[in-house]
Design a protein around this ligand. Sequence first.
Ligand SMILES: [Cu+2]
Length: 107
Amino acid sequence: MLLGATDPALAHAILMDGYPLPNGTMPTGEASIRLRFNSRIDIARSRLTLVMPDGAERRLQPRPGPSPDMMEADTPIAPGAGQLHWQVLAIDGHITRGVIPFTAMAR
Ligand SMILES: [Cu+2]
């Protein structure tokens, strides 16, 4: 862990893939958010916040995904422009964060 921490490219959690994708679209209604990072993350110390079209914020309950580099959460999605704010703790103890803007449309 001490040696690994000297390489920032390997150390910090970087978003690799997700649903929704940044600037992507998704249907309204119940959704399963899924984010995949380049390294294993600590779910218990990671956060997901949904900012809805009216500006209201909803703290989501992250859960582990199918692999240790994934985080998932279920939430209803309202129509309009929303944002997903993520903050994750990588196993080296470093926190990274980002914003995923998306648009939700009724099916
Ligand atoms: Cu790091």
